[in-house]
Ligand binder design. Structure first.
Ligand code: PEP
Ligand code: MG
Length: 592
């Protein structure tokens, strides 16, 4: 359980560290991810671009509102049209369409911040109005600005944020921004990929929740499940985030600050040292090749994949392409995204997972699933089979992109063979429709299945017979095997990859693949945990897929591995039925 230690003005809070590293910076409190926007400075030469970005956003919102007005049926109440007209008038008003540009220029700040500043000023004036009707119009201003901010967040500027050098400088500055939120949905978190945060901390969340996975993919120190961070930390307060230990230190003393600056330098030095093995092939001492692939969420992640030395993409979570959108992305938009990734990987395998929406991954941050157990509901392949048109569109887009490189298709959350067979029929239909249109695609494209439901792991041999490859999704496999919601920090202490039942299911799947000559990989968070690399190699795993930032530390483990020794070790671990004994054995082995 998280605990607090108060010592005068300085205190620490403990949570679950989900992404390592140390950041020192100022707290930026976020309640509503869209309206409490981040503030950052821009260099002079980017100001014109930022103003152009703002103009485009205003234009997009105008077009959207006009389209809504046009789509209203003749029978729609007159107030709705009037209401949209009001929003259009507000948008056209100088106070929203011109003054923010002056703010951008004067303060050299980002467009979201400029329009938010302007809105705050207008809202204050509304608050002072006596007439109740007019006072309430402030809500319209907020709604219009919210629309503009949403569009801006979906189309970030090109300020460099991907390079590790930039991130390191950001982390080192004491005025760097640390995002403090109560909770952040995956749909909101994906938008933060575009901004320059030095660290990310939240009150709630489990270590393998999709928010945690995204936090990790931001490649900055992250801590979840801090319980009351948002209440205890004030805006702009100096904080240290130690992602490795899961500790946040608020208002550190001079001594603690100095100590952490040193630790931060050491950590970054270690990361630099790891760079030496970037081009080294992942081969064990005895010559066994281990494939180290990367997981991605959006096409832009390919930059990090390339920088990590990964030899392919083992999991492309396509559902993020469907989030924060007005409507579904059409076949062309999907095709272009998949093609972009495939071409960038230049012949290396790209495993595209079909839509895994549902449960904690909703299309919109505000959408809450109404069923009692969303993780057990209409999610992933179940959802796709119930919406065959959506599924067919995606399959056609993936097939078309397969003409431009080496694509593999991966189906999430299979639990019955019938789901797999229905998927195959749809895939055939998609292929047939492309053939009829003379559209090229890879006729030999392979089809794999995620093994992440215990039923599929127990029945892995039957799945292996009908699949070309399998990929173990340990995040869900653990959740469903141990009946522990991966997003719920109240049961996070029970979520354990080393539970003997979990290890048995993983082992059964690997063995089934070996017997039938079908490759098996692990693409859940377990694959990126360097403490478990040798155990998994000992269990027979030869393909790992993880967040790019983990590739080098896992590779280091591979390079020190001797397969025959690890087989013996894994057999001993698998013979235990006690979690504590397994943990001890794994920890002891890692010391060797
Ligand atoms: C998993 O469940 O392990 C997995 C890789 O899929 P996701 O985390 O996207 O559910
Ligand atoms: Mg999963």
């Amino acid at each position: 359980m998280p605990k607090q230690e108060n010592q005068q003005s300085s205190f620490s809070i403990h949570g679950i560290g989900v992404s390592s590293g140390i950041a020192i910076g100022r707290a930026h409190l976020v309640s509503n991810a869209l309206l409490e926007v981040v503030h950052y400075q821009l260099p002079k030469h980017l100001i014109d671009d930022e103003i152009a970005r703002f103009n485009t956003a205003i234009h997009t919102v105008k077009k959207d509102l006009e389209a809504i007005r046009e789509s209203l049926s003749k029978n729609a109440p007159a107030e709705i049209g009037a209401f949209i007209n009001t929003h259009l008038m507000m948008l056209a008003d100088k106070s929203l369409s011109e003054i923010p540009k002056e703010i951008i220029r004067k303060e050299q700040c980002n467009a979201e911040w400029a329009i938010k500043q302007q809105m705050d000023g207008i809202v204050e004036q509304f608050d002072a109005i006596e007439d109740e009707y007019l006072r309430e119009r402030k809500q319209d201003v907020v709604q219009v600005v919210e629309r503009v901010i949403k569009v801006l967040l979906g189309h970030p500027n090109q300020a460099p944020n991907q390079s590790s050098t930039k991130q390191q400088t950001v982390k080192q500055q004491e005025n760097a921004t640390i995002l403090v939120a109560h909770d952040i949905s995956p749909a909101d978190a994906i938008q933060f990929k575009q901004h320059h945060f030095a660290a990310f901390i939240t009150d709630v969340g489990g270590a393998t929740s999709h928010t945690a996975i995204l936090a990790r993919s931001l490649n900055i120190p992250s801590i979840l499940a801090l319980q009351r961070a948002r209440d205890l930390i004030n805006d702009n307060e100096l904080i240290i985030v130690d992602g490795s230990l899961g500790v946040v230190i608020v208002n550190p003393s001079k001594e603690v600050l100095a100590e952490y600056k040193l630790r931060q330098e050491q950590w970054e030095l270690e990361q630099q040292k790891l760079q030496r093995i970037k081009a080294t092939k992942a081969v064990t001492i005895c010559g066994t090749v281990v494939e180290l692939h990367a997981n991605i969420e959006v096409p832009e992640d390919v930059v990090a994949v390339k920088a990590s030395g990964a030899t392919g993409i083992g999991l492309y979570r396509t559902e993020f392409l469907f989030m924060n959108k007005r409507g579904m992305p059409d076949e062309e938009e999907q095709f272009l995204a998949y093609k972009q990734v495939t071409e960038a990987m230049k012949g290396m395998p790209v495993t595209i997972r079909t839509l895994d929406l549902g449960a904690d991954k909703q299309m919109n941050p505000d959408t809450v699933s109404s069923c009692a157990n969303p993780a057990l509901g209409l999610r992933a392949v179940r959802l796709c089979l119930s919406e065959p048109q959506i599924f067919l569109t995606q399959l056609r887009a993936i097939l078309r992109a397969s003409h431009f490189g080496h694509i593999k298709i991966l189906i999430p959350m299979l639990s019955t063979l019938s789901e797999l067979r229905q998927t195959k029929l749809l895939l055939e239909r998609a292929k047939e429709s492309l053939r009829k249109q003379d559209m090229p695609f890879d006729e030999n494209i392979t089809l794999g299945g995620m093994i992440e439901v215990p039923a599929a792991a127990i029945n892995a041999e039957a799945f292996a017979k009908e699949l070309d490859f399998m990929s173990i999704g340990t995040n869900d496999l653990i959740q469903y095997t141990l009946a522990i919601d991966r997003t719920d920090d109240a049961v996070a202490h029970l979520y354990n990859a080393l539970h003997p039942a979990v290890l048995k299911l993983i082992s059964m799947t690997i063995k089934a693949g070996e017997r039938l000559g079908k490759p098996v990989s692990v693409c859940g968070e377990m694959a990126g945990d360097a403490k478990l690399t040798q155990l998994l190699i000992g269990m027979g795993l030869r393909q790992f897929s993880m967040h790019p930032s983990n590739i080098l530390s896992v590779k280091q483990q591979v390079l020190h591995s001797e397969v025959s020794v690890l087989n013996l070790h894994a057999r001993k671990v698998l013979n235990h039925t006690d979690i504590e004994k397994i943990e001890l054995k794994v920890a002891q082995f890692n010391l060797h």
